[in-house]
Design a protein around this ligand. Structure first.
Ligand code: N01
Length: 550
């Protein structure tokens, strides 16, 4: 810590700024914090590593990258911004979402308080002043009363340690660090490792473009039909009817969407016959998007029998679209590889048809795992070398915590956040952790984050942080901290709930199981946004007394 102190003291004074709040990250969450806190009169800045707005949408500009939420609901509800904005597609792509961010910037005049191309490298808490001293890769330093971390859930790419990767003669790309100018794969032999939400999008986009595509699949994705469509002005206007109410409804639905689990409306699958359940599934399927998942029965997360019904419905729908029975068995196996919906589903437009094309091959890594990467391509355990000109790693992220722990943030006891969470995360209300006073997470660990619509959580969770900072200011409090008891109780609440579900039966990032060495635990708040906001209401009613205030 002393070294850090010296480093910050040695910095050129013109590079130091004193702030009420420093926000890290200029995605949905960061922008909401900036706008709200600035309106309340706080001095606020955002430090953003990218040269532009957009957070995850800046880095993830791989072919086919698009959001899995209807455009009208994939916006901030703030200040009626949605009234003057139109997307050209129901599920907008990364380039349109970037334009949306530019629009928000222009409307709210945000960029004047954002330091772009400024990566936060570390921070430490100064007990004398009750401030965070934050250092960056540009030499700029902030002394901030509050540090609000809006680094998103997918900001640190995860690249498995494939032996021989550096021997490969072709190009290697990670989807989350895609070249901004794009890549031309015409006439190339391309390999994609990973079939998560990202892999599915890349694969369906590149299949028709490349000379040959080899997909390396470990776990099949239970992808759902996106039901994408183009939107003209009239359709955009029609989608705006009732949108204000839908924004209000986000606080009352599990995932912050305009729809909810069927049984959250007081109904249950129990009174329905098998045929009635299937009829309902046909409706969900026709609607597409995440409706067959987060509009399903919540019971599918706890009731294995009902879950199997949902899986078999999905499997049978998908298999009709795949010509080769062997490939069909790999993409949609007879026996579920894990329960339906407890690992992130993807939305697809033509994913399964891609495998009917003669230039696309599927390699089942469960049958024959990757042995090593050679100069020519990917060698699997059966001895085969799959020749490639380019290799795309769609292997995901050190989800939720990676963006936080990659910064050297030292708390009041001198430990880094990474050390603090070595044995697993505990973060009270998904917002604070003991030993790190005046530091908040938005849309981060143990909050609804990954089980919710991003913009909804950014606002609803973000608003709780805004109100808390405002409260501290009004009360003249300069220090707030979570307690070990509150952190542990929050973790226990999540662990116990998750233990009663089927989430533990899948190796997924929801359970922090996608990165070797990470402590296995449910990393999102799995009880939905209304329950989450209720916890905040109760804490507020106690005058935020669960926190240690000074
Ligand atoms: O990452 P993932 P992602 N050898 O971790 C495979 C959000 N998102 O970037 O499943 C071989 O889900 C791994 O296999 P397995 C969304 O929240 C949103 O796709 O572990 N394969 C898996 O197939 C999403 O959930 C959007 O067996 C290996 C893949 O790589 C989250 O980001 C779009 C491997 C990783 O899948 C992450 O999605 C995209 C290895 N050693 C992403 N290691 C939209 O809104 C990993 N894999 C549209």
């Amino acid at each position: 810590m002393n070294a850090v102190m010296k480093e910050s003291q040695a910095t050129d004074a013109s590079q130091v700024e004193t702030l009420d709040v420093l926000v890290v990250g200029a995605g949905f969450s960061g922008l909401y914090q900036l706008d709200r806190l600035r309106d309340l009169g706080f001095s606020v800045k955002i430090y953003e590593a990218a040269p532009q707005l957009g957070g995850v949408w800046y880095w993830n500009c791989y072919p086919g990258a698009r959001c899995d939420t209807h455009g009208p609901m994939y916006q901030l509800g703030l200040k009626g911004l949605w009234q003057d904005w139109e997307f050209n597609e129901l599920f907008p792509g990364w380039d349109e979402i970037r334009k949306y961010f530019e629009y928000v910037d222009q409307k709210l005049d945000l960029s004047r308080d954002i330091r772009y191309s400024t990566r936060v490298e570390g921070a430490h808490f100064d007990e004398a002043s009750h401030r965070w001293i934050v250092r960056t890769d540009t030499g700029r330093v902030a002394h901030a009363r509050h540090l609000v971390l809006c680094t998103g859930i997918g900001s640190r790419p995860y690249q498995p340690d494939f032996p021989g990767l550096s021997d490969f003669k072709g190009q290697v790309y990670h989807t989350a660090r895609w070249p901004q100018g794009g890549v031309d794969f015409t006439g190339k032999r391309v390999g994609v490792i990973g079939t998560g939400a990202t892999g599915v999008q890349v694969i369906q986009e590149l299949g028709p473009v490349v000379d040959h595509l080899t997909v390396f699949q470990r776990t099949p994705n239970m992808a759902l039909p996106m039901r994408q469509r183009q939107l003209n002005h009239e359709e955009n206007e029609a989608l705006k009817v009732g949108l204000a109410e839908k924004y209000a409804k986000r606080a009352r639905t599990f995932g912050g969407y305009e729809y909810d689990f069927f049984d959250y409306a007081g109904e249950s699958a129990e009174g329905l016959s098998h045929a009635e359940i299937l009829a309902r599934y046909e409706d969900y399927w026709a609607e597409g998007g995440f409706v067959p998942w987060l509009g399903n029965f919540a019971q599918i997360w706890t009731d294995e029998k009902l879950n199997t019904v949902a899986y078999e419905f999905w499997r049978d729908k998908v298999r009709q679209r795949i010509k080769d029975p062997r490939t069909a068995e790999k993409l949609a196996p007879t026996v579920p590889p894990h329960p339906y919906g407890v690992k992130r589903l993807s939305l697809e437009q033509r994913y399964y048809e891609v495998y009917n094309e003669p230039n696309v091959a599927l390699v089942d890594l469960l049958e024959t795992p990757i042995e090593r990467i050679t100069a020519e391509g990917v060698q699997t355990r059966d001895g085969a070398v799959h020749p490639l000109d380019a290799l795309i790693l769609a292997t995901g992220f050190d989800m939720v915590t990676g963006g936080l722990t990659q910064m050297e943030i030292r708390g009041s006891n001198g430990h880094t956040l990474k050390e603090h969470w070595q044995g697993g995360v505990s973060a009270y209300l998904g917002s604070m952790t003991t030993g790190f006073p005046n530091m908040f997470f938005v849309y981060g660990p143990q909050a609804p984050a990954g089980l919710s619509n991003g913009p909804s959580s950014s606002e609803l969770h973000g608003e709780e942080i805004v109100q808390l900072i405002e409260f501290l200011h009004r009360q003249n409090r300069t220090r707030i901290e979570s307690t070990p008891q509150a952190d542990q109780a929050w973790r226990q609440r999540i662990d116990e709930y998750a233990a009663g579900t089927l989430f533990g039966k899948a190796e997924s990032w929801y359970m922090s199981a996608n990165v070797p060495g990470k402590a296995r635990q449910m990393i999102n708040y799995p009880r939905g946004i209304p329950d989450y906001l209720q916890q905040w209401r109760e804490v507020k009613a106690r005058g935020y007394g669960d926190f240690r205030l000074a």
